[in-house]
Design a protein around this ligand. Structure first.
Ligand code: CMP
Length: 138
């Protein structure tokens, strides 16, 4: 099934100059980039994006991290995009990620984990709508 998912190259990876490598990995893996924008989240935007985590102890630190610098937000499309992106990214904690995956190569901690990918079709729909308009995705 052809699916769409939302991915974010996080501030750590953009600052370290890994944007090009991550985009190349995604394209080589067969993802079509439907929309892409470099932006910087405000505190309110980061809190809104991660609202499902607002009760977690790491939430304030996560919001601080996600607002520290520019990010690259992308709408991606391919067969089974949600699961395939999560496989390509690897485990949330790079210490548990398999060799060769994006987080093993570019992430430095469970928080500063270089890339985000939607975790379900429902989340993907919400996150795509949060970051892009319908016209962006045509
Ligand atoms: P992401 O896939 O974007 O979803 C939520 C983010 O919260 C996650 O990647 C990490 O950046 C961060 N996160 C998840 N778990 C923890 C944790 N235990 N401690 C700190 N940050 C975390």
């Amino acid at each position: 099934m052809i699916e769409r998912t939302l991915s974010i190259i996080k501030p750590d990876a953009v600052a370290e100059g890994h944007t090009g490598d991550i985009l190349a990995d995604l394209e080589k893996a067969g993802f079509k980039i439907l929309a892409l924008r470099m932006t910087r989240l405000s505190q309110a935007q980061a809190e809104g994006f991660y609202a499902v985590h607002r009760e977690r102890p790491f939430f304030p630190s996560l919001v601080k991290f996600m607002t520290e610098g520019p990010i690259v937000v992308m709408a991606l499309e391919c067969e089974n995009a949600i699961a395939r992106l999560r496989e390509l990214m690897g485990a949330t904690n790079p210490a548990n990620a398999v060799e060769g995956c994006i987080r093993k190569r570019f992430a430095t901690s469970i928080e500063r984990n270089c890339i985000h990918g939607s975790d379900s079709p429902e989340t993907a729909a919400v996150e795509l709508r949060y970051c892009f308009s319908t016209l962006d995705l045509l």
